[in-house]
Write a protein that binds this ligand. Structure first.
Ligand code: 1HN
Length: 349
């Protein structure tokens, strides 16, 4: 039969002619896109990816010769998911970047509705100030600047300092809920001495009249790595969890919720030689190796990782980690958002 005039082809041609007519009214047929709209399981556009710090460190330093922190406002190389180039995101919902601050520089004070975390990777002597209190940035420290908190950074030491930024920029962009404001003061005047928030809110106590709402971010804006590391080492007895090793989540100590409502953060210790069983969850996760080295399999990708390497596990991709040495991984994801909406799922494979 002549396919050009078969009844099936004629019906299709009639449909397409119809689609083009309704398109003029900004309408489109659901039945052509339905299965893509409600897939049987997450089909993310994001791809697994890794950034080897050893390979990119020199390019981060090069930015320090091209632009000042003040001129840039924030001197950051954005880590873009290779399948989402141009969108400033490392996953569908999260942004990540490597920020450099040189000795003597300041990154001026501002605030925005986006929430941010920092994970200190390289160098010493910098500080971040959050709502009037400074914290000295030490390697592995997990520091947060919750939504609408004033924050600025400075480097009063003699070494370049690099940290990983993680922000909920794509989430806030999706919701069209972004606001930002620059401070008149480049650098915030300290309102409290360093360590005040940790003493008031991070020592298993809170001020007498402190009654946070369940979604309030924590007042503890720094989780020193020395403490995290001590806990991870102290719980490493008995059998590690088959899929996670010895893994803890960071919390707002006053509520038990995640430190910020949009980003969850985790730290895990994998003893030397330990291999995790494959695991997947719906929260695309950014991992950073703080100590040790090993191999990771994400979906069909195999990589070796070492200290300061950053890798991404997209939604519903299986992840398996093999630790060559005693290894500590930091990770963050949008899990609290998915849990609040009743969407989060995980599977131990
Ligand atoms: C920001 O405020 C910082 O404060 C870093 O260090 C990265 C990316 C986009 C928007 C704001 C910072 C950022 C950012």
């Amino acid at each position: 039969m002549d396919t050009a005039t078969s009844p099936k082809t004629a019906a299709k041609a009639e449909r397409y002619e119809y689609y083009s007519r309704i398109s003029a009214e900004n309408m489109t047929p659901l039945w052509e896109v339905l299965s893509a709209l409600v897939p049987p399981h997450p089909r993310t556009q994001a791809k697994p990816a890794i950034w080897n710090y050893r390979q990119v460190r020199e390019q981060v330093m090069e930015a320090g010769r091209l632009i000042t922190a003040e001129e840039a406002e924030r001197r950051v190389l954005i880590l873009e998911n290779p399948a989402l180039r141009g969108q400033s995101c490392i996953t569908q919902t999260l942004y990540a970047g490597l920020q450099l601050i040189l000795p003597g520089e300041v990154a001026p004070a501002h605030r925005h509705t986006q929430s941010a975390l920092r994970l200190v990777l390289d160098g010493e002597g910098a500080y971040t100030a959050v709502d009037g209190e400074r914290t000295t940035m030490r390697r592995g420290d997990f520091i947060i600047t919750p939504a609408w908190t004033w924050h600025d950074h400075g480097n009063e030491g003699d070494q370049p300092v690099v940290w990983l930024d993680g922000l909920d920029i794509p989430i806030v962009r999706f919701l069209d809920a972004g606001f930002a404001e620059k401070s008149e003061d480049q650098t915030q005047r300290p309102l409290r001495p360093e360590g005040d928030a940790l003493a008031r809110y991070g020592a298993n106590m809170v001020p007498l009249d402190y009654a946070p709402r369940p979604t309030d971010p924590t007042k503890v804006f720094v989780y020193p790595f020395a403490r995290t590391r001590e806990s991870l080492k102290a719980i490493a007895h008995g059998a590690p969890d088959t899929h996670h090793g010895f893994k803890l989540r960071y919390v707002n100590p006053a509520t038990g919720a995640s430190p910020m409502p949009t980003i969850g953060a985790f730290a895990q210790h994998l003893p030397a030689g330990f291999q995790t069983k494959p695991y997947r969850s719906t929260d695309a996760t950014v991992y950073v190796c703080l100590e040790g080295a090993g191999h990771v399999k994400v979906g069909e990708n195999h990589w070796r990782f070492e200290e300061n390497d950053v890798f991404v596990v997209p939604s519903w991709h299986s992840v398996e980690v093999q630790a060559e040495r005693d290894t500590i991984l930091f990770s963050f994801s949008d899990r609290p958002v998915q849990q609040a909406l009743g969407l989060w799922r995980e599977q131990r494979l």
